[in-house]
Design a protein around this ligand. Structure first.
Ligand SMILES: Nc1ncnc2c1ncn2[C@@H]1O[C@H](COP(=O)(O)OP(=O)(O)OP(=O)(O)O)[C@@H](O)[C@H]1O
Ligand SMILES: O=C(O)c1ccc[n+]([C@@H]2O[C@H](COP(=O)([O-])O)[C@@H](O)[C@H]2O)c1
Length: 204
């Protein structure tokens, strides 16, 4: 496995994203994990930070980490960032099924994604078993996509469970609660510089 693509809104990137990517890097030893910030994630409200800001936060958070990269392919494409379109683009460029890393919570909505039947033929999924949901994921995939075979079309990988989401971070910011330690330290000065959140909201 040479490259693993990790899509998301990353609004903002948080330590949960970095820990899961690190666990997958150590376990599967791909050449690269490539973070792919969406221009606009499907099934989500418009993002708070701009695509450029989310790309830059990711670049700062992953700077100097061997094996981590950030791609602007979905930002460049614009519009709604459907994974099937990204998979198709990668398939054409590399001539093989691309591998996507997704959290267990996200894969459980696969039936609502654009052209899921086409997507599952085009791509392979590494599913990060967050919150011990491996059995839920297996049952869900068996019921909705019986043609998928574990260890061929999808892999379920145990990762550390860091209980944080970008929504929680944005909600904490709204009520003036600290987000220190939830976002990578290296991103804090960017956040302040861009006025995304205030100094008080980053306090320890
Ligand atoms: N704490 C976490 N641990 C493991 N995986 C995570 C974690 N948070 C998000 N992910 C996964 O990272 C990917 C990108 O997620 P995204 O950027 O949308 O973050 P999020 O924190 O889930 O955002 P939101 O709260 O806005 O839904 C998804 O596949 C998601 O399941
Ligand atoms: O293609 C779709 O219809 C689709 C629907 C929901 C989510 N996704 C992708 O799944 C990844 C995780 O997204 P999310 O919203 O579950 O955090 C991200 O790369 C999204 O673009 C893709």
């Amino acid at each position: 496995m040479r490259k693993i693509f990790f899509g998301g809104s990353f609004d903002p990137v948080h330590i949960g994203h970095l820990v899961v990517a690190r666990d997958v890097l150590e376990e599967l030893k791909p050449d690269k994990i490539i973070f792919v910030p969406a221009f606009q994630a499907p099934l989500k409200e418009p993002h708070q930070a701009t695509p450029q800001e989310r790309f830059e936060m990711l670049s700062i958070a992953t700077e100097g980490v061997k094996g981590f990269e950030v791609s602007h392919m979905e930002i460049k494409r614009g519009g709604i960032s459907y994974t099937v379109d990204t998979a198709q683009e990668l398939f054409i460029n590399f001539g093989e099924r691309p591998t996507f890393l997704v959290g267990a919570d996200s894969i459980l909505s696969l039936h609502m994604w654009k052209q899921p039947q086409k997507l599952i033929r085009l791509a392979v999924f590494i599913i990060a078993d967050r919150n011990k949901r491996a059995e839920d994921v297996r049952n869900y995939l068996r019921a909705n996509f019986p043609e998928l075979k574990e260890e061929r079309d999808f892999y379920i990988l145990k990762t550390r469970n860091i209980d944080v989401s970008s929504t929680e971070i944005r909600n904490r910011v709204k009520v003036g609660k600290s987000i220190k330690w939830l976002v990578p330290e290296s991103v804090e000065s960017y956040i302040l510089e861009k006025g995304l959140y205030t100094k008080e909201q980053l306090r320890a």
